[in-house]
Each structure stands twice: as structure tokens, then as C-alpha cells.
Write a protein that binds this ligand. Structure first.
Ligand code: 4NP
Length: 151
């Protein structure tokens, strides 16, 4: 799960997807394309909206997306088209590029919808982000579950 700062959107996406998947089977992590918040706890407004939904994201710490993430992850979900461009710019080959997906494509396929950056805004923005991420992560979790069914 990748956003810009790794303190607002992607920590929520990480927490939500973790809550919907089996940690023995699916490894979920998050990162930011920027390095402004490396080592920081998620934004208090993300912590609060997560807590409202019984999720604890307080132990997460910001880290910056790295080229190694292309090797360590099968799927890289980005929150907006800026994140998409930044991550694609680091891709070494087509295989890397294929891993990168706009998370909203899971609920609004092909519409290029951003999960809006809520950092400069009001608490209402975090509510909207939570709702979008919850809906997208539900679809992702169901797809991952389907993949894990024995053939
Ligand atoms: P995020 O929000 O990308 O959802 O974590 C932001 C957090 C911090 C900054 C930008 C976006 N910043 O510029 O510090």
C-alpha cells in the first residue's frame, strides 16, 4: 500500500487489508513515495478513524518506498495517479510495472479515481478515505482468498 507520506492513506489501507486477510497467508505493508515522514507514527486523524472501526494502527511507522519492494511484493497498490507515476518511474522492467495498481480500480475499474490526499484537509476527508479503502480492500481480500483456494 503506497501513498505520498505513509502517514495518512497507506497506513489505513495496510490496517484495513490486514484486518480482512490471514496474516499466515498474506503479508501486507505500506510505504510512502516521499521521505518526509520516515519513522513517524500515522497521522492522529488516521489513528482516530481506524480506532473508530476497532483497528489499531499505532504501531506502524513511516518508511519510504524502495526498489526492493518490487522484489518483496506481488502487488503494489497506490492511492493516486501521482503515486502511480512515482512508483512506475522506479520500475526496472515490465514485470515490476505490472505489479502496480491504482487501488480505486478495484471499485471503479478504469476510471482513474484518486483516493484524495486528506493531509491538508478536515476530518471529513479521512472518513471518505476510510470508506473508499474499506470497499477496495474488501474486493482485494476476496480476490486473494479466491486465489488461495486449492485447485
Ligand atoms: P499521505 O498524506 O500521502 O496519505 O500519507 C500526506 C502526508 C504528508 C504529506 C503529504 C501527504 N506531506 O507533505 O508531509
Amino acid at each position: 500500500m503506497v501513498c505520498l507520506g505513509n502517514i495518512c492513506r497507506s497506513p489505513l489501507a495496510e490496517g484495513i487489508l490486514k484486518s480482512k486477510t490471514d496474516p499466515q497467508k498474506v503479508y501486507v505493508d505500506s510505504a510512502g513515495t516521499g521521505d518526509y515522514h520516515v519513522g513517524d507514527q500515522p497521522d492522529p486523524r488516521s489513528i482516530a478513524i481506524a480506532k473508530k472501526h476497532s483497528l489499531d494502527i499505532t504501531l506502524q511507522r513511516g518508511r519510504q518506498f524502495s526498489i526492493r519492494d518490487f522484489d518483496n511484493f506481488d502487488l503494489i497498490y497506490v492511492m493516486d495517479t501521482f503515486n502511480y507515476a512515482d512508483v512506475i518511474a522506479l520500475a526496472r522492467n515490465e514485470e515490476d510495472k505490472k505489479k502496480v495498481k491504482l487501488i480505486s480500480d478495484e471499485i471503479f475499474p478504469g476510471e482513474n479515481v484518486d483516493v484524495p490526499d486528506p493531509y491538508q484537509g478536515l476530518a471529513e476527508g479521512f472518513k471518505n478515505v476510510y470508506k473508499m479503502l474499506d470497499e477496495a480492500c474488501e474486493v482485494i481480500a476476496n480476490k486473494l482468498e479466491a486465489k488461495q483456494q486449492p485447485k
